[in-house]
Design a protein around this ligand. Structure first.
Ligand code: F0G
Length: 351
């Protein structure tokens, strides 16, 4: 079967009709890759939901195909978002494809270069503010409430609708929901969307069980864990550098209904998991994405999974490592330079 995007594939479970102009880059249908090296650490059967393989390199495309299609259906000509980078990259790509103008507000200096390049090359109007993501989102909420501009942050319910399809794909692939689902938490839209997706699929009889949702925030940006707004969030994982998540309440609901947890991981733990994934699984993610894996390693070390041998856990790895090559190179030595000479190369290889 040819894959033509998640709206076409899951149309019956989404709020679309024949009149909805579908704006798609054939997003979704991402692989669920087994991660044997993590099985060893956790005692579980670990899978990575490789969302970096979406068209703009992150899970945001799932929500954006819906948000931009519905904005067009409504007749909107301008869309707007605040972003730590990936939402803006995705909004810009889908807006240009749908023929609508896109405006993005970003925290000046705190978005990865690849994401900025994407928003710019897709012709979004990029405005960097002297403030953080939370400030940007407040401005976007205010402007979109008062002017004919469509908000395409995950406060837009169509974003959540699109993103819930990742849970459908996981159930379709595994034959049921996994026992656990681990996910990074920033603005908390994605944990909300997965939980909605898992619950809907079960209610439809398409799956039999529900997972425990395990959310992970960065230690310097963990408002849900501390149960208080963080005025100045800080983390190397700039994608989740958020102090007042928009979907805070529904993330807590997902945690509690699923009998899961929302915990924090330090920047060191994130970077260790980031390198571990690249070095042992062949999957290169951006730092924020490694938060889910870092969290699972932390829980495994603390004995959380004891007695759950061979249960299945899915970790969503949300964005591609190529988004942020600077962070990768900060960790790595420069390549060795030698003369263009066979002997020199053989001696370096040790042959
Ligand atoms: N991982 C990545 C790579 C992200 O870009 C984000 C959010 C998250 C995880 C967290 O997801 O917000 O649904 O809890 N990025 C947003 C953005 C905020 O603007 O691109 P969430």
């Amino acid at each position: 079967m040819r894959w033509t995007g998640l709206i076409n594939h899951y149309r019956e479970y989404l709020p679309v009709s024949d009149k909805t102009p579908v704006v798609t880059l054939y997003e979704g249908n991402t692989p669920l890759v087994p991660a044997e090296s993590l099985n060893k650490i956790t005692g579980l059967q670990v899978f990575l939901k490789y969302e970096g393989l979406n068209p703009t390199g992150s899970f945001k495309d799932r929500g954006m195909t819906m948000a931009i299609s519905k904005a067009k259906e409504k007749g909107a000509s301008i869309v707007m978002c605040a972003s730590t980078g990936n939402t803006s990259a995705s909004a810009a790509a889908y807006a240009v494809r749908g023929g609508v103008k896109c405006v993005v507000l970003i925290p000046n200096g705190n978005i990865a270069l690849g994401k900025l390049a994407q928003a710019m090359i897709h012709q979004a109007q990029v405005i960097a503010i002297d403030g953080n993501f939370d400030d940007a989102l407040n401005l976007v909420k205010d402007i979109t409430a008062n002017y004919p501009v469509e908000l395409v942050n995950s406060l837009n319910p169509f974003r959540i609708e699109g993103q819930k399809t990742a849970a459908f794909e996981i159930c379709d692939f595994l034959g049921d929901a996994p026992e656990f689902h681990a996910i990074p938490v920033g603005n908390a839209g994605n944990i909300t969307a997965y939980w909605k997706g898992y619950k809907e699929y079960k209610n439809l009889g398409k799956s039999q069980t529900l997972p425990r949702m395990l959310g992970f925030q960065a230690a310097g940006a963990a408002p849900i864990v501390h149960n208080k707004i963080i005025e100045k969030p800080e983390t190397i994982a700039t994608a989740i550098r958020i102090g007042n998540p928009a979907s805070w309440k529904s993330a807590v609901q997902a945690r509690d209904e699923s009998q899961g947890l929302i915990d924090l991981v330090t920047d060191d733990e994130i970077l260790q998991a980031y390198r571990f994934l690249a070095e042992t699984t062949g999957i290169f993610v951006e730092p924020a994405s490694a938060a889910s894996v870092a969290g699972v390693i932390k829980l495994a070390k603390a004995g959380y999974f004891k007695g759950q041998m061979s249960h299945r856990i899915v970790c969503t790895v949300t964005g591609h490592g190529l988004k942020d090559p600077k962070t990768a190179m900060k960790e790595l030595p420069e390549p060795v330079v030698v003369k263009s000479d066979r002997k020199a190369i053989l001696s370096l290889i040790g042959l």
